[in-house]
Design a protein. Structure first.
Lengths: 300, 265
């Protein structure tokens, strides 16, 4: 069953089409990485799913039912942009309000549980406005987790988190997914997303460019041989002629050869041109590179 | 431990929403400030104006004018007959509270939108009616408190200023005063619902909802003495007790439509 199913969703703001006939399918239990440039329509789509803004057209279904259905809406936990907390209230009082809003019976116990999950036990008595950006993000996650939601909609939740915060977030989301919770997460930190996402959706100009599973992405991402020599330019030209595509990675100083085998490439260079390879390895392009290549193709 | 909103009926949803609003009400400093102002305002007005009085010369016209000040404590509650005149006792009485109520409503509702708390509320609540109804009830309850405190403050202020407590002198009776207060309290519901509707229109733009509410309040201000005179009777009470809730239901429906049709963030 799909947790979210969107068909021909459109949202216009005056003349601007923020979301344009968008189709999207998020299977139950998936961690769906929602990727796109700034202003591509990610947050608008998430707000539409959560019913915070009204669509201009199309339909959104949650577990097969209309997204306005109160029963479906009660299953959502949300962190969009910033946590919706009263700045002058303590973290605890803010969470008490949300617990009351959700009609949770054992409020104190539940609040302690979610604060512990995000390692924010000690922050309960802090005023929300005095919390750091990273703390606020974690508290926002704790908010979203109140009441054991079945669907989490998280907009840039790892922004402002330190390395430890990101690790905790990864652990929480992976654990939730294992327990059948569906997570829709948008982020620009693709390296982090790649570690946890089971599905991806790439949006551009309000339209869904591509939807795929992590396995499909893996299959789509070409492998390459990365090598280092003393004569980079010359080697690149030789490999380009031999294998069709060879690029220089400006950051690492490596030459990347696609559709090649590491051992054969090293032998070919040394045997035919006397070029010695100092380092060689086989790798796959990352989600970030895949995304950048896709965006470049789209711009063309 | 799942959230308890699924499959919940209207009563349960309203109960949880009321719980949220009541909690906010008692943890929000603005509420206590407003209640404190309601108590202090009549004391300050009555005590300070007791030092005024007599005659004064208008510097523009050069004509000697009599300054009408409070001579009777019940003037702080209203005037018999219901006519409004541009004198101190007509302008600086309990009716000022309606403006304070309107500002308070805008602050209370505006903070939901400004803090982004509406995201938490409306993601799990598709029925905006719960929100409108709960806000109306809680804010009306707060305005009742404000009116009661103003009344208490007026009694204290009148005592300190040494004003007369003679009901007959102002053409009122004990029953009339009670009817007047009931009418005034219920009339506050009109201001609550107007300010609530404007706050849902203004959302994060607090200035817009406050200005709108004050402007609407100015239009209604002249009506208040007619609807709730000091010598109110059953007709005034019935008009306010029945009319104000009907008005609030109408505007509540408008607020509900606004919340359903417009972007909440």
């Amino acid at each position: 069953m799909n947790a979210i199913e969107i068909r021909n969703l459109t949202k216009t703001f005056g003349e601007k089409r923020a979301v344009d006939s968008l189709n999207m399918t998020v299977p139950e239990g998936a961690i769906y990485g929602f990727i796109g440039e700034n202003g591509s329509g990610k947050s608008t789509t998430e707000k539409l799913i959560c019913g915070l803004i009204q669509p201009s057209g199309g339909e959104i279904k949650l577990w097969g039912k209309e997204h306005r259905d109160p029963e479906m809406r009660a299953k959502i936990g949300v962190l969009i942009e910033a946590p919706g907390c009263f700045p002058n209230y303590t973290v605890w009082n803010n969470m008490k309000l949300q617990a009351a809003n959700l009609g949770i019976k054992n409020e104190n116990e539940e609040i302690r549980r979610v604060l512990h999950l995000v390692r924010m036990d000690g922050a309960a008595s802090n005023k929300f406005k005095n919390c750091s950006l990273g703390m606020k993000q974690r508290i926002g996650i704790a908010f979203a987790l109140l009441g054991n939601p079945k669907l989490l909609v998280l907009d840039e939740p790892i922004n402002g988190l330190d390395a430890d915060g990101m690790r905790i977030m990864r652990e929480i989301l992976t654990d939730l997914s294992r327990r059948g919770v569906t997570v829709l997460i948008s982020s620009h930190i693709l390296g982090e997303l790649e570690k946890i996402a089971t599905h991806y959706g790439i949006i551009r100009g309000g339209k869904m460019l591509k939807e795929m599973t992590a396995e499909q992405l893996n299959a789509d991402c070409p492998t390459y041989v990365a090598l280092k020599t003393d004569e980079i330019e010359k080697t690149r030209d030789i490999l380009q002629r031999a294998f069709g595509r060879a690029d220089i990675d400006e950051q690492t100083g490596e030459i990347r050869v696609y559709n090649a085998n590491a051992e054969d490439t090293a032998k070919y260079l040394f045997g035919n041109f006397g070029i010695a390879v100092s380092e060689i390895r086989t790798a796959k392009i990352s989600l970030e590179e895949y995304y950048i290549n896709l965006m470049q193709e789209e711009r063309k | 431990m799942n959230a308890n909103l699924k499959n919940s009926d209207f009563g349960k949803r309203l109960k949880t929403m009321l719980k949220v609003d009541a909690r906010r009400m008692f943890t929000m400093p603005t509420v206590w400030i407003m209640l404190g102002v309601s108590l202090a305002l009549p004391i300050l007005i009555l005590v300070m104006t007791s030092f005024m009085g007599g005659t004064t010369v208008n510097p523009q016209t050069g004509v000697e004018e009599t300054v009408v000040t409070f001579t009777n404590v019940w003037q702080a509650i209203g005037s018999a007959g219901g006519a409004m005149s541009m004198v101190l006792t007509s302008m600086c009485n309990i009716n000022l509270l309606y403006f304070l109520v309107a500002i308070f409503v805008c602050l209370f509702v505006g903070e939901d939108f400004r803090s982004g708390y509406v995201k938490n509320l409306f993601t799990v609540r598709s029925k905006k009616l719960d929100y409108v109804l709960s806000k109306t009830i809680v804010l009306f309850a707060a305005s009742v408190g404000m009116f009661v405190l103003y009344f208490v403050g007026a009694m204290i202020g009148g005592g300190i200023a040494g004003l007369s407590f003679d009901l007959a002198a102002v053409g009122a009776s004990a029953g009339g005063i009670i009817a007047c207060m009931i009418s005034k309290v219920f009339f506050a519901l009109v201001f609550v619902s107007i300010a609530l509707t404007l706050a849902t229109v203004g959302k994060q733009k607090l200035w817009l909802s406050i200005l709108g509410s004050l402007a609407a309040g100015m239009l209604l201000f002249t009506m208040i003495p007619m609807m709730t005179p000091l010598n109110s009777g059953a007709f005034n009470v019935a008009l306010c007790v029945l009319g104000a809730p009907i008005f609030a239901v109408g505007l509540g429906a408008v607020s509900n439509i606004i919340l359903n049709k417009t972007s909440l963030v």
